[in-house]
Design a protein around this ligand. Structure first.
Ligand SMILES: O=C(O)CCC(=O)C(=O)O
Ligand SMILES: [Fe+2]
Length: 318
């Protein structure tokens, strides 16, 4: 069967990585830059250096990503810091210590022509989510979990889709961006294109998933008392360009009618066999994907020693 997944992949030469790292480290060393207070300044520093050193082909790929409607973009071998702190397994660390990472990450979000944002009901309202094996989240299907599989899902699917050009915060985030810091466990982040799922559904199931007969709740990562489930909503619908988009989390989606529950069961069976991209995000890899048109998954894993455990940095963008 055809495969609809479109992922742009790029990797920097070591010489480019080193020039970029040197310039950004110099620029951020003069002041104390925090991702929650100084995000615009960090983005400016990062974007300037990236525009100066990235090859034209990579700049072009970033430039057209959102307009082209690709599912994801991956850029490897970005500069890291020599003086990386221990993995903040309890969720939060000193953001000032990772200013180089933040300048790279927020600079790339700017080159995508998107705006980074945080939501008040998750991650303590902080801009960057440390995706780490947090011992307090064990047994939960959360980006802080490890021992449970985090099955195919979209992030914050309990929110409605927003009209283009809105304040993104009350809506399903359109883009998820990640900068990988550590992944010695080599745990992949898997991506599946919504078109590949739809192509494998029978017509009855597809019609039912488009009906306003589902309830979709907030994931475990949300501060429970601050969010409400969305009711009488479809799992699938169409964006303003007529493309399918999806809102789903196995743990929080339920059918409100017997037919809807049955369709959700069929959908789950199809997802279990869906073709996917398995991306082991290594240190220095940036990845962004369209959370409206991509489902993602992370399987259960055994974390390495806490200080060097898997560590991705995630930021929503729209
Ligand atoms: O750990 C991963 O690879 C992805 C986790 C996840 O689902 C998320 O951060 O939204
Ligand atoms: Fe997620």
């Amino acid at each position: 069967m055809a495969n609809f997944r479109r992922i742009g992949r790029y990797r920097l030469e070591n010489s480019v990585r080193d020039l970029l790292g040197k310039e950004i480290a110099e620029r951020v060393s003069l002041t104390r830059l925090d991702s929650d207070i100084d995000d615009t300044i960090l983005a400016g520093i990062g974007a300037h250096a990236l525009r100066r050193y990235l090859p034209g082909e990579v700049l072009h790929g970033l430039d057209v990503f959102t307009a082209a409607g690709s599912h994801a973009i991956v850029l490897g071998n970005l500069p890291m810091q020599d003086d990386l702190p221990a993995t903040p397994v309890d969720g939060f660390g000193d953001e000032i210590e990772v200013a180089v990472l933040n300048a790279v990450h927020l600079g790339l979000i700017r080159l995508l022509h998107t705006t980074p944002f945080a939501v008040s009901f998750e991650n303590g309202g902080r801009l960057i989510r440390n995706v780490v094996p947090n011992p307090t989240a064990s047994g939960t299907t959360s980006s802080w979990g490890a021992d449970s599989e985090f099955f195919w899902h979209s992030d914050n699917p309990h929110q409605p889709f927003g009209p283009p050009g809105s304040d993104p915060r009350p809506y399903v985030p359109q883009y998820l961006t990640f900068l990988a810091v550590r992944n010695e466990e080599r745990v992949p982040t898997e991506l599946a294109a919504i078109e590949d799922v739809v192509a494998r559904l029978d017509q009855t199931t597809l019609d039912r998933l488009l009906a306003h007969e589902f309830q979709v709740g907030a994931p475990d990562s949300n501060d429970g008392d601050l969010t409400q489930p969305l009711k009488d909503t479809p799992i699938l619908d169409f964006d303003t360009d007529g493309r399918y988009r999806v809102r789903y989390d196995r743990g929080t989606a339920a059918g409100a009618t017997p037919a809807a529950a049955e369709a959700l069961e069929r959908w789950y069976e199809v997802l279990r066999g869906i073709p996917a991209e398995e991306l082991v995000l290594e240190p220095g890899v940036f990845m962004a994907f369209d959370n409206h048109r991509v489902l993602h998954r992370r399987r259960a894993f055994t974390p390495g020693p806490a200080a060097a455990a898997r560590w991705l940095r995630r930021c929503y963008a729209a």
